[in-house]
Design a protein around this ligand. Sequence first.
Ligand code: PLP
Length: 424
Amino acid sequence: MYVDQASAQELKAQLVDLESQYSDILAAKLNLDLTRGKPSGSQLDLSNGLDGILAGSYKAEGGDDCRNYGGLDGLAEAKALFSQVLGVKPSETLIGGNASLTLMFQSVVFTHLFGARGPGSAWSAEGEIKFLCPVPGYDRHFGICEELGIKMIPVAMDENGPVMDEVEALVKSDPCIKGIWCVPRFSNPSGIVYSDEVVDRIAQLGRIAGANFRVMWDNAYAIHALHDDAPVLANLMDVARQHGTEDSVLIFGSTSKVTFAGAGLAFMGASEENLKHFKKHLGMCTIGPDKVNQLRHVKFFGDYSGLMAHMNKHAELLRPRFDAVLEHLDAGFAESDLGCWTVPEGGYFVSFDARPGLAREIVRLAAEAGVKLTPAGATYPYGKDPEDKNIRLAPSFPSLADINKTMEVFVLCVKLASVRQKLN
Ligand code: PLP
């Protein structure tokens, strides 16, 4: 369906047909949800072996009793394993609690209040602080900035990552810019993987922006490929080391979408100097993390190849769900001017761009028909998508049958909203 090429008469005929289909769906009183990127029950089941795996043996490699207090930056064996996910040395790794979002929030708060390099380096002492936010992006990153009053500047992304000419020009011209949010592999929501050139240029931002600038490298989907031949991401810490900017990067990850989303492990990779400052403040928040869970995870995976074998099982469960979404989009819109979308090779999302001005209306129509979609605008700072066109689809959680039903409704709502807009 090409609405731009159709006559008013053809569009009116389309509208009658689409509205009758929509009425049928309203009558079906659906209750479906394609909002958050949560693992499905069968994905969670893959890690049930964590339960009871310690069989009463709580001693860590170093002899510590994991049930007790202490070990602020985590167990050595957990660092050895998960440093490989982050691409840093074990000495540059901290294993935290169950949420990488907590580590990100703490990193920003500590740097804002206390400075990353001790007294005098606090962002709050420098007046207005700004962060670059490649868009579309992850709403909870934007939430952290909003919560702390950090002004967000959206920057465009293309198939290689953030548009670096734009990023560098902004960083050069505005000393208030102290950070950038990045989801570098299977980005949320576009699924793109940053190119080697983009990683190299991001690693050099610290040199341009000064010592208080931080790249927030949220590699949440580092090992979440759908296919064996998915694109590989360059190692940011290695590249930063080559440029002498390793203090400018903070790398995050977790097992939220590896084991249990609510009871996994979060980890952070940073230069030893950055970790020293982080731990000073972390020690005011906690006496130590849940080391029993860290030990369980190490025992469960054994080593990095065990972890990767586990990720292949996730990919097997996720692939058909992504395929279903993509098949519906293809069938609905391949021959059309109604939208375009990404074909991710990993991660948790498909990003759909409708015709400008329609995302909110499509989400509203779907909600009325009993299908919850991520709120339009959520992928932009302050919830404001300037073109009102991006919608994030998250197919991991629903059953295949529900995805099929949901996508039928989605395709219909896009068509209906587009034809109505064209006729108005
Ligand atoms: N970062 C990104 C890019 C995400 O998409 C998500 C969850 O959807 C998270 C972080 C949350 O991670 P965690 O559960 O470790 O806090």
